[in-house]
Design a protein around this ligand. Structure first.
Ligand SMILES: *[C@@H]1O[C@H](CO)[C@@H](O)[C@H](O)[C@H]1NC(C)=O
Ligand SMILES: *[C@@H]1O[C@H](CO)[C@@H](O)[C@H](O)[C@H]1NC(C)=O
Length: 776
């Protein structure tokens, strides 16, 4: 018995030691992971450009940390280019100003440039732009976003374009800077291959490592290149056709610029169809010659650019006689890139095309729901002469008037230009208070009725009458659980499920089977307050829920977990949501005073970008403001938006046309992946693979000891107490082993949670949006 006790002791000491070591190692790996990345977004203030080549800027105080990535929120349809500056002081205190000014006095550093639908940019591992209190003598206390609009928008559109910055808290071993080569020399007319040169001598002892570059000209530019020369030897930094998407292209070769190296760049222009000299300048009719060189240097080295990094024409200009030929020879044509980068000739806009209070000869009642049938007709769910007011329900959410609506509340309408003709009408005597409608690809109709507290599936017969396929909920009886709804609002079919937003009392989304049986439910991050509409995205298959009283839109996976949440200082209630590709259309249903400046926020359709929680632009009618919009739907082609209004005086449907050219957000240029092409000394991850290996070893060890223990105890004992000994051993110790394992696992899970906590979108979307100037 003594040796047995000693053996147990030894075994569990070993186990304990093993767990401790593993936990220790894991905690080191957690501590060493520089993953505290927060996202900050700087956005335009809802600006509407007033003229061609309109320049405006917004500023915000720079957070402290290191920018390691950029996620632009803009489209070339609306925005010609955006530049992000790090400034000691902004040009104006107001946070928003018109004109080309960016920084006030002190340093001015370019941190990022975007044009022509360039995609997200991740810096190489171990490289970051120091900003805020981290920026030392560069003094980047403010970020200034300059936005250049090529032309005014059509219709009543406000722009919220911007850039989301990924900011790491920990100092990386290398700091980044953008070295700008820029020419101010004019371009003579009639020259098919005019070369404009820039040059300087690099003065600092700090070694620069160029790792990405971007070229920029206006429409006459054909090629921009840059080199450095040391001991008579030219080395290419990069060259690119400026008509391609103007992204930062990565440089896969290791480059070093040393003190006194000669840096030279050149822009090749085609001015053959010009009649006069074209000056350099910011207007579309001017030209530009820019080469942006993104460099990094050791954080411990002296800052080579405390006040900004510029290289210009040299005075007097350096000799360019030996500039490498390669720097001025055109690159092969890439039509797919040129098409993608094409600037829209048609101004971007959302135009109010029509509004309808009559469909055929039918007067619209309160328009609560809209959908599209397989022929792309608009399917309208309205309330006829019935209105929802304070007399509609009693205190127990039951209808006071329990009669059905005697009119046809479902109208199918062919929408052509300013015409809306009636294709069919149906639904008389079947509904009490219509709310949501969805038409499936097989033309089945799904409805929610807030009056009867039910949802139902219908098919339409050739005589336009409806046949009920099934009904879920208990008619005219509000409730919760799996057999009742309480004023259900929206409905959508997605794959093998039906999702219902339920609604005014239960604050839940219910998942039904395709034959209307309760399957599950969820309540959303932080809980819904009147989930009022629900749709799916055809591309990502995510769900979008309008969380009405919280003024939010939840983007969710089918299990209810969050992808992103749209919130904004621009709205405090959201009645309806729809999506098309990566655009998310959201509409408030009423004016409500907010704490935000004490103003009421006029109602608009706010258009966000899926996955970001951010609003990109907004639009509203031009003929009159929205009254009480209740439902927004985008047609399957994505070019028209319909809004149903439940105004008691004049219920109607608004129709808007989205005007743009080549409007996709996707880039043919591909996403840049610096991460794959770089191996810098700084890769501080003790991978979770290591912890996992330790864990596997630990499990193997447990199994091994169990087998060993079993062997040990299976030798026959004189007392024949083998089974008792085994059971007592397993009882007293393997239960504690199980406990040890579960504690170990719990700790691991906690650690994983800590790791995950760093990244979920909601947690890091600490937005600090500058909102001043014009906005709704
Ligand atoms: C730029 O350099 C080239 C030689 O590489 C020269 O032919 C050209 O005239 C220079 N351009 C200007 C505007 O000086
Ligand atoms: C709209 O209706 C009018 C009159 O019926 C017709 O002349 C016109 O062509 C229609 N427009 C469209 C776009 O269908």
């Amino acid at each position: 018995a003594g040796s047995l006790a000693a053996m147990r002791e030894a075994l569990f000491s070993l186990l304990f030691l093993f767990c401790t070591i593993n936990l220790f190692v894991s905690s080191i790996s957690v501590a060493r992971k520089p993953q505290t990345i927060k996202k900050w977004t700087i956005q335009m203030v809802g600006y509407s450009p007033m003229k061609n080549d309109d320049y405006v800027a917004v500023s915000m105080e720079a957070p402290t940390g290191y920018i390691v990535g950029y996620e632009p929120l803009a489209n070339a349809d609306r925005v010609h280019h955006m530049l992000l500056y790090g400034c000691t002081r902004p040009y104006a205190e107001s946070g928003f100003w018109r004109g080309e000014s960016t920084c006030g006095g002190g340093g001015a550093h370019i941190l990022y440039a975007w044009a022509r639908n360039a995609p997200n940019l991740e810096l190489p591992k171990g490289v970051g732009f120091a900003i805020g209190d981290s920026s030392g003598e560069s003094g980047i206390k403010y970020l200034v976003l300059q936005v250049h609009y090529a032309a005014p928008f059509a219709g009543n559109v406000r722009d919220y374009s911007g850039i989301t910055l990924k900011v790491a808290a920990e100092e990386p071993p290398n700091l980044a800077a953008v070295y700008l080569l820029v020419s101010g020399l004019p371009i003579p007319p009639g020259q098919p291959a005019f070369q404009n040169n820039m040059s300087c001598t690099y003065p600092s002892k700090t070694v620069l490592h160029p790792f990405a570059f971007r070229t920029h000209t206006h429409k006459m530019g054909r090629l921009v290149s840059a080199f450095y020369k040391r001991n008579g030897q030219w080395t290419l930094v990069g060259k690119r056709n400026p008509q391609w998407p103007q992204l930062f292209e990565d440089i896969s070769r290791p480059l070093e610029i040393h003190q006194n190296d000669f840096i030279a760049g050149s822009c090749r222009f085609d001015s053959s169809d010009q009649k006069e000299v074209v000056p350099m300048g910011s207007m579309g009719s001017n030209e530009m010659c820019n080469f942006y060189m993104m460099v990094y240097y050791k954080a411990t080295d002296e800052n080579p650019f405390p006040y900004g990094a510029y290289c210009s024409n040299g005075n007097p200009p350096h000799s360019f006689d030996d500039y490498p030929k390669e720097g001025t020879e055109l690159l092969p044509v890439r039509p797919e890139l040129e098409h993608h980068a094409h600037q829209s000739a048609l101004p971007f806009g959302v135009i109010e095309e029509a509004k309808f209070s009559l469909i055929g000869s039918v007067h619209l009642g309160q328009v609560s729901g809209l959908s599209f049938d397989p022929s792309h007709n608009l399917v309208i769910f309205h309330r006829g002469k019935r209105v929802w007011n304070q007399n509609t329900f009693n205190g127990a959410n039951e209808l006071n008037d329990k009669s059905s609506i005697k009119e046809d509340v479902i109208l199918i309408s062919k929408m052509e230009g300013k015409n809306a003709s009636l294709v069919a009408k149906t639904g008389k005597g079947l509904f009490y208070l219509p709310h949501g409608i969805f038409v499936d690809t097989d033309n089945s109709i799904y409805t929610t009725d807030v009056g009867s507290h039910t949802v139902a599936k219908w098919t339409m017969n050739s005589d336009s009458s409806l046949t009920k396929v099934w009904e879920a909920g208990t008619p005219l009886t509000p409730g919760s659980g799996s057999t009742h709804f309480c004023k259900p609002t929206g409905i959508v079919v997605k794959g093998g499920s039906i999702f219902v937003s339920d609604g005014y009392c239960n604050d839940r989304v219910v998942e039904l089977t395709l034959d209307g049986k309760y399957r599950s439910e969820f309540k959303g991050t932080g809980g819904f307050r009147i989930p009022h509409d629900i749709v799916t995205n055809e591309d990502t298959h995510n769900l979008f829920v309008a969380d009405r009283e919280n003024g939010r839109v939840h983007e969710l996976r089918s299990d209810g977990s969050a992808v992103s949440i749209f919130t904004s200082g621009l709205f405090n209630n959201i009645y309806s949501v729809d999506t098309n590709k990566d655009s998310v259309f959201m509409i408030p249903g009423e004016f409500r005073a907010t704490s935000f400046g004490g103003d009421e926020l006029p109602i608009a359709v706010f258009v966000g970008r899926a996955g970001t929680g951010l609003t990109e632009f907004a639009f509203a009618p031009t003929s009159a403001p929205f009254s009480r919009p209740h439902i927004v739907r985008v047609c399957p082609h994505g070019d028209h938006v319909y809004v149903g209004d439940i105004s008691e005086q004049s219920p109607l449907i608004w129709k808007f046309k989205i005007q743009h050219e080549g409007s996709n957000h996707e880039t043919d240029g591909g996403t840049l992946s610096f991460l794959s092409s770089f191996s810098l000394p700084y890769t501080p991850h003790v991978s979770s693979g290591y912890s996992f290996l330790v864990f596997i070893l630990f499990i193997l060890f447990l199994i091994g000891s169990a087998v060993w223990a079993k062997k040990k105890f299976s030798s026959p004992t004189p007392q024949g107490s083998f089974s008792r000994a085994v059971s007592s051993f397993f009882h007293t110790h393997f239960s504690s082993t199980t406990r040890a394992i579960s504690i170990f696992l719990m700790v691991r899970i906690e650690q994983l949670k800590v790791k995950v906590k760093v990244y979920p979108r909601q947690a890091i979307l600490r937005r600090k949006t500058t909102l001043g100037g014009t906005h709704w």
